[in-house]
Ligand binder design. Sequence first.
Ligand code: BG6
Length: 496
Amino acid sequence: MNTTDLKPTPAATLFLFGAHGDLAQRLLVPALYRLCRAGLLNPETRIVGVDHNEATDEAFRERIAQALRALASDPHAEGGGHALDHDCWCDFSPNIHYQTGDFLEDDTYAAIAQRLDEYGGNAIFYLGTAPRFFGPIVEHLAQAGLLREAQGAFRRVAVEKPFGIDLDSARALNATLRRHLEETQIYRVDHFAGKDAARNLAVYRFASGFVEPFWHRDFIDSVQISAVETLGVEGRGRFYEATGALRDMVQNHLLQLLALVAMEPPQGDTAADWQAAKTAAVAAIRCPKPAQAADDGVRGQYSAPPTGDGKAYRDEKNVESDSTVETYVALRLMLDTPRWQGVPFYLRTGKRLSRRATEIVIQFRQPQVPGVPTLPTPTRAILRLDPETLVLEWPLREPGPGNTLTCRQLALNVDEALGQRPGSGYETLLYGCLQGDATHFQSAQEVEAAWAAVAPFQAVWSQGTEPEFYHAGSDGPEGARTLIERDGRQWWEPAA
Ligand code: BG6
């Protein structure tokens, strides 16, 4: 991690609600540990895990240590491959505590208040629980007087995704937050926005000078954004049954990437300018009529693979045997801005697919120049998030007197080029939240615009119809292929 020009964070106590879950143990606390290792975390930072399960401080620390050891032994994991730094762990771990408490009981908040009286100073309440608790936790924090800022100490609330389950619930949650907090105290999290590779989209577009002029409908034919996964729901059946792929991945992560691809340059250098530019891009997504939404959206669910060595979604733990929840979504979206008029954005995500990748594919228009033969397929730029790789398809002429064109790839593996693996994205987000910098967080308007963008699909899919089934381990439902092929285009897949 490059720390040049970065100040250590101010001292604060982070209360991690949902501390017994995977998010806190595998991502949040390890990200704080990495900030500590980089010398960016104030040594007075305290972490208090809050959850209803009984646990001691020691037991909670041991679970974090296990998560860090697991990361250390996995060089391919984001933030992985570094042995646990004994000295750093000795400094960091005594500041980790655990508070058993029900999110809906006043006692929990009395215990938090007592800790804050003892520790004093700044506090962040990080809500990494099931979404149904977000509003009630904020209400309880407010009732206990824990959100009031006094004597120069800040009180901030970070809210994970999914932020609500639809547009109405997102509006209601925003209203609850704003009833008790100033906008500057609210940090709406989408960890994709903190990923180094996602942040680099702006760098590639705006810092090089030669990319931005052709980042435009005159040169770009279409955009594909894919987040395909080999993993299934991994013991999260209950969460997934209430969520599905549209809410889990599309409304947030994929639209976050779309916003970074599609946004106009920000008007200024403040967090609000940056948030406004992203919000405008998401708000420009056209709202299709029901018939169009039915045509432009595909939802699938994985069935058992024909080989028999794997489960169907309906056979996963805590999943209904007749569940119609989608584990795959493909959408075709249009943006009404001068830059993107007429350029389709194809989005897809799914569980238990044949490969794991998060990619943005920019397909260029095919120029027609007299005397220069046309390539058999349009050229593309592929930006892969993990490992971060940039690929540019470049036209070449076969040597000799003929005029036969072919294409080869110019590829840059960014991690290799820089000699470092990026973190999970949470380092940037937690650092930003501690520093009071909301650049990589979302405004209320952006979250609501993202729900408005998926609402037409939610509406046509709310009839409880069967999703289209695809075999676990395949490339997804046939309908996703038809969705793009009817426009005369194809999903980009890496050469086998
Ligand atoms: C999470 C989703 O937000 O993002 C998961 O709940 C998904 O279902 C994950 O697997 C993907 O994120 P990453 O950082 O592992 O690509």
